[in-house]
Design a protein around this ligand. Structure first.
Ligand code: C2E
Ligand code: CA
Ligand code: CA
Length: 497
């Protein structure tokens, strides 16, 4: 704004000075040399036309110069002086046309990991200095033919034509990472970077395609592991597109309440009395049919919508069981699964609690299942989370027990109500003495701690009998009952009563 005002003012002042001086001095000069009034009037007319011509030329020169200046300013990132996104892509187009058949056109996107953390710890000014310093280091590292761009806030783009082989180019990219590490080390900041790389013509023959491919590769690298390098991979990209499409469909169907719940009964093994049900989510996709929760729950977790799933689950479970008059009597325990992401977020847990409390008399029958691995990050924090929610009246169960590595410590430290022995042990214990010994040990320990136990995945009579003999009190599995929709469940419990 300031620059454009200044340029306009410059043009106006120059025009005013030139026009004023011309009128003043040209009239004086004419009168001094011409006496004839008729001739003077004719010359005044010519003078007027001459003035129009010269000022038009002058205006043309000045306006085009100021437009050029602002164009130049618009080409560069104001902080680092590197090319901005638009100019990087324009100049990359030129490189695409300049590429000789034997050459590779390399496009690298470099993203500084957790830059916002750097901003918070160093402050904006110092973080900006790191950016400008690194862009200078980039200019020193590469020749003048290399395109260098910055895409705010924390991405840099590099593009060059190379006569080398792909292997040699990869080695060069290692050099770039070393240069980054060296520069950050000198600045005494602990920061890493992630790189996404595309190569023309194999990944794309166009500038926009190459930039999209480098961005895509960077996205993959960031999702998978920071401080890494990822070359564009068409198959990965297609897979990612499919995942994004599936995620979009999941969001759509969640909003439209198109998911459903099924309920797998759990029984006391000694007399086959119903002790509770586990609520399991189901998604019947309009195009792809049934999609297992093992596929879409991780997708929801990665994209931070597992809390929306749980909100749906809690509401649907309540609606199903209330409508069929099963809640409380005969069904006295409903277990729902929550993801590790939710369990480790105080905010999400509080929101879940609010949701549960908004549904009258659900809480007293509800049990939350968390996987053993969800508690592994921080046992102390997990214990505090469980304690807080138990104080509000919820029960807790640890799912897939035995698959983590802290099982023993967990039983001692976490105030849990139930453990579910992972079905892999139930599957193996018939043929493997070690698996059998593990199940026996878990049963013994939980008895000692006064914790309930449920064996998962009982698929045959042999397993059921063995568990009964070991003193395992409860079980769940296809041999006892498959997950049932609410109508089937109603029929089962009413038929059984
Ligand atoms: P999980 O919590 O371990 O659930 C038990 C899984 O074992 C269920 O698969 C169930 O159908 C299956 N199952 C039950 N009995 C047997 C058996 O005898 N043999 C075998 N082979 N499998 C048996 P499902 O419903 O496909 O769920 C898979 C996983 O998805 C669950 O494992 C759970 O981690 C997750 N999940 C399911 N529903 C939800 C949900 O509402 N929310 C969240 N966050 N996760 C869910
Ligand atoms: Ca479960
Ligand atoms: Ca399980």
């Amino acid at each position: 704004m300031k620059i454009s005002l200044f340029s306009a003012l410059k043009v106006a002042i120059t025009y005013a000075v030139f026009a004023g001086a011309w009128i003043l001095f040209s009239d004086m000069a004419l009168r001094a040399v011409v006496d004839d009034i008729a001739l003077l009037s004719q010359l005044q007319t010519f003078k007027g036309w001459f003035f129009v011509l010269v000022t038009s030329a002058l205006l043309f020169v000045m306006v085009s110069r100021s437009v050029q200046t602002s164009e130049i300013l618009n080409q560069f990132d104001p902080l680092t002086g590197l090319l901005n996104h638009y100019m990087f892509s324009t100049q990359l187009e030129r490189k695409v046309t300049m590429r000789k058949p034997e050459q590779i056109l390399v496009v690298i996107y470099l993203d500084i990991d957790h830059f916002s953390h750097l901003n918070r710890t160093l402050g904006f000014d110092e973080a900006n200095q790191i950016l400008t310093g690194f862009s200078r280091a980039l200019k020193d590292h590469y020749s003048a033919h290399v395109l260098l761009g910055r895409f705010p806030p924390d991405q840099f783009a590099i593009a060059f034509l190379s006569d080398k082989t792909v292997g040699e180019v990869e080695a060069e990219i290692k050099g770039l990472r070393q240069m980054f590490d060296q520069y950050m080390y000198e600045q005494q900041v602990e920061v890493t970077c992630t790189l996404g790389i595309a190569m023309g013509p194999s990944d794309s023959r166009q500038a926009k395609g190459l930039m999209a491919a480098a961005g895509d590769a960077l996205g993959h690298a960031k999702n998978r592991e920071r401080n890494s390098v990822q070359f564009f991979n068409k198959q990965l990209s297609q897979l990612e597109n499919q995942r994004q499409k599936l995620l979009g469909d999941l969001r759509r169907d969640l909003v439209a309440n198109r998911l459903t719940m099924v309920y797998q009964p759990q029984y006391r093994l000694a007399d086959k009395a119903l002790t509770g049900v586990e609520a399991l989510i189901r998604w019947n996709h309009d195009e792809h049919g049934f999609i297992p929760p093992d596929v879409f729950i991780p997708l929801a977790e990665e994209n931070s919508i597992s809390d929306e799933i749980s909100r749906f689950v809690v509401h649907q479970v309540y609606k199903d069981l209330q409508q069929h008059r099963l809640l409380g009597n005969p069904i006295q325990r409903v277990s729902i699964n929550i993801s590790a992401v939710e369990f480790n977020s105080r905010m999400m847990l509080d929101a879940l609690m609010l949701e549960i409390e908004s549904l009258p008399s659900l809480k007293q029958w509800l049990q939350i299942e968390i996987t053993e691995t969800a508690t592994l990050n921080n046992l102390v924090k997990s214990a505090a989370n469980i304690k807080a929610l138990k104080a509000e009246g919820l029960r807790f169960s640890v799912d897939d027990f035995g698959t983590g590595y802290t099982s023993l410590a967990m039983l001692k430290d976490l105030p849990i109500d139930e453990v579910k022995i992972d079905r892999s042990f139930i599957n193996d214990m018939i043929h493997e003495t070690k698996a059998k010994a593990i199940v026996e040990a878990i049963v013994g320990m939980t008895h000692g701690f006064g914790i309930s136990i449920v064996a998962e995945g009982i698929e045959n009579k042999e397993q059921l009998d063995l568990l009964n003999a070991m003193g395992c009190s409860e079980g769940q599995g296809y041999f006892l009952a498959k997950p049932l929709n609410i109508e089937q469940l109603t029929e089962l419990v009413q038929g059984g009563s």
